[in-house]
Ligand binder design. Sequence first.
Ligand code: NAD
Length: 329
Amino acid sequence: GDRDSALRLPMRPLGDTGLEVSVLGFGASPLGGTFGAVDEAAGIDAVHHAFRRGINFFDTSPYYGLTKSETVLGRALRDLPRSEVVLSTKVGRYGVDPRDFDFSAKRVTASVAESLERLQVSYIDIIQCHDIEFGNLDQIVHETLPALAALRSRGLIRHVGVTGLPLEAFHYALDRAPPGSVDVVLSYCHYCLNDTTLLGSLPYFRAKGMGIINASPLSMGLLTKGGPPDWHPAPPQLRAAAAAAAAHAATRGWDIASLGLGFSLRQPDVSSTLVGMFTREEVDENTNTALRVLGATEVAADEAQVLAEVADILAPVRDLTWPSGRPLP
Ligand code: NAD
């Protein structure tokens, strides 16, 4: 009834793709064990629960858990209606070492076939070039994107995206990409409490008709009570400031994850915010946060006050990031 629909997550258009995605997306990297061991049944249950709570957008990669995330997500998707799910996976990144990238036409074409098999689907809604700053951007523009366009014309994939950390890499690639060859940009760690540099690129992405995905609103665990995993690339001063912000929020009765996700979700130019999740509890907490912030027209005074205090703590590390990939050509 009407009450139920009022409690559903809002949907937004994904740029010019014609797809509608839930404002909160399910990041499946934790299903691969990226943030600690996972119980496969619990992970599958989290995916089903997310769908029931109105999340229709699921993002994975062959890289997450070295194919495990795709395999587990595929098992979960068997029970969901394919046409109601927007499924995104990636090509080009297959390991942690810089040598584990391969954006050649041959490899990405084979990679899509392998992903279709692991995900147990006949098409993929969005294929993204994974962490383009590690590849040769000119190869991505002139070889990878045309290879993906060929897969699109065969109906195996529907839309194409690029992902990465340095925003300049997106500008380089989009300035040169053949028209119509890129539909979606996935940026991460650049629109969250401690880093809002994505704002500088939003007008450019919008002008290009891109679907804009903001991933890692919790800064890959920095903005959580438990803190980030050991592999987290943040410099020590950023880690320390994030921990101080989390501790301060807690003394004021707030979970930093709820404050942080709420902050990211309030950005209307982002089509979907992708959070990594692998338990039903995280799905519930995060959908509740989305309903709380998007169900209100303004930020409540007490929350605004704590947000301002947290911003003060994070001010010395504002927009501090870390190196990723090769220098631009
Ligand atoms: P994130 O900022 O979403 O943080 C994930 C961590 O926060 C996990 O440890 C998760 O268990 C925990 N978490 C989630 N909800 C929580 C809550 N309510 N309270 C406490 N902890 C909570 O980082 P992420 O997972 O790296 O990013 C989200 C998704 O975006 C990824 O799973 C992936 O799908 C995508 N992503 C893509 C790229 C890329 O393509 N290069 C990069 C980063 C992220």
